[in-house]
Write a protein that binds this ligand. Structure first.
Ligand SMILES: Nc1ncnc2c1ncn2[C@@H]1O[C@H](COP(=O)(O)OP(=O)(O)O)[C@@H](O)[C@H]1O
Ligand SMILES: [Mg+2]
Length: 360
């Protein structure tokens, strides 16, 4: 009669394409029951937004189908996002599994657009998501979400994030009068505000917190990298930005600070002609891909130019919600899956390092 060992040996032939490890040693098989050829277990994936979730499930079904003596198979698939940062070292934010900073060399490349739509795409996949607008000088998330009148409550000395489309949002733009004040804030004050937004906010349980950073390598990106352990940085470029190499400066700074780079995403990459559906690379092609190859960082995707993105942003209507079938929305969803996959990879590495440390 077929035994649990046999089942596990067979399941261990299924490899997670991102993590390059078998699903048994990654602990993805839970609650396994085997009675008289009736097999039942839960497959716990590392993120609901994994690009290979369907493939892993199919591989599992195929593997089980090849085991002799299985009469019934009852598979339950769930996802539990892995911790992509050391929570033990971070009591202040121990309910936030992953923190992703969105950075760029210069302004106007679409960091806020990418941050917001990425957050929404991850939430749509079933993850719990927060968005911290850390551009204290020029917060644009409230406008992009149509939340100019929103404000944050303080409860028990903790900021309560505002809610929008199922994500938790914190922005300096929710505070009145920020327009006149931001200009006079300097280094230490700005750093203090960001720290408070991070650790004095009641984020509750989050799988991913996206932090929309101001451009460049100033106080705010530095504070984020140094205040708390973060999963990593997503670098946004445009084809022109790539040409002038400013994105590389940001990458260099985070490398020096030992902050992992989740990958590089190119925005405004091409224009899809509405008449012929051809892609036109108006600003040149393949810049972010070259950065990814040269610096050995993952390529997360390219997002086309879309006049709807701009109009939608100004009216508080993110493209992923209002035009979910547009090429831009599709590109963002694909990018979100890649980001989630890279977070799982970083989490697996971290887990291994911690186990190594514990064993040593
Ligand atoms: N893919 C795109 N297609 C068209 N317009 C875009 C796209 N991405 C961003 N934009 C527009 O470009 C401007 C700058 O984007 P934003 O996200 O505010 O950049 P950043 O945060 O890097 O300064 C905004 O008006 C935004 O609506
Ligand atoms: Mg911005």
């Amino acid at each position: 009669m077929v035994g649990v060992d046999q089942v596990l040996t067979k399941l261990a032939t299924v490899i997670d394409p991102d993590l390059k490890k078998d699903i048994v040693s990654m602990g993805m098989i839970k609650d396994l029951e085997l009675n008289d050829g009736n097999l039942k277990f839960t497959l716990e994936l590392t993120t609901p937004a994994c690009p290979f979730n369907d493939q892993i499930e199919q591989d599992v079904r195929k593997a089980v189908g090849e085991i002799e003596g299985i009469r019934n198979f009852d598979l339950n698939v769930t996802a539990k996002v892995m911790e992509g940062r050391s929570l033990a070292a971070d009591e202040a934010m121990s309910t936030v599994k992953n923190i992703i900073g969105v950075a760029s060399g210069k302004g106007g490349v679409g960091k806020s657009t990418v941050s917001l739509n990425l957050a929404l795409a991850l939430a749509q996949s079933g993850a719990k998501v927060g968005l911290l607008d850390a551009d204290i000088y020029g917060p644009s998330i409230p406008l992009m979400l149509g939340m100019q009148k929103a404000f944050m409550e303080v409860d028990n000395n903790k900021l309560q994030p505002a809610d929008s489309h199922g994500i938790k949002v914190v922005s300096f733009g929710f505070f009145a009068e920020q327009e006149h004040q931001a200009a006079i804030y300097r280094g230490p004050i700005i750093s203090g505000i960001l720290k408070q937004f991070l650790v004095d906010t009641n984020w509750s349980d989050l799988d991913y917190l996206i932090v929309d950073l101001p451009p460049g390598t100033g106080d705010i990106p530095l504070t984020l990298a140094q205040t708390i352990p973060i999963t990593g940085i997503l670098v946004v470029t445009t084809p022109q930005d790539v040409a002038s190499n400013v994105a590389v400066k940001a990458i260099g700074m985070f490398n020096k600070l030992n902050v992992p780079i989740i990958g590089v995403i190119e925005n405004m990459s091409y224009f899809v002609c509405p008449k012929c559906s051809d892609k036109h690379y108006v600003f040149g092609e393949g810049g972010a891909k070259r950065i990814s190859e040269k610096y050995n960082i993952p390529f997360i995707g390219e997002i086309p130019l879309n006049s709807g993105i701009m109009q939608g942003s100004d009216k508080g209507k993110p493209v992923i919600i209002t035009d979910p079938n547009s090429p831009s929305a599709e590109a963002i969803r694909a990018a979100a899956k890649n980001v989630a996959a890279q977070c799982s990879i970083l989490a697996a590495k971290l887990k291994e390092e911690m186990q190594g440390d514990a064993a040593a």
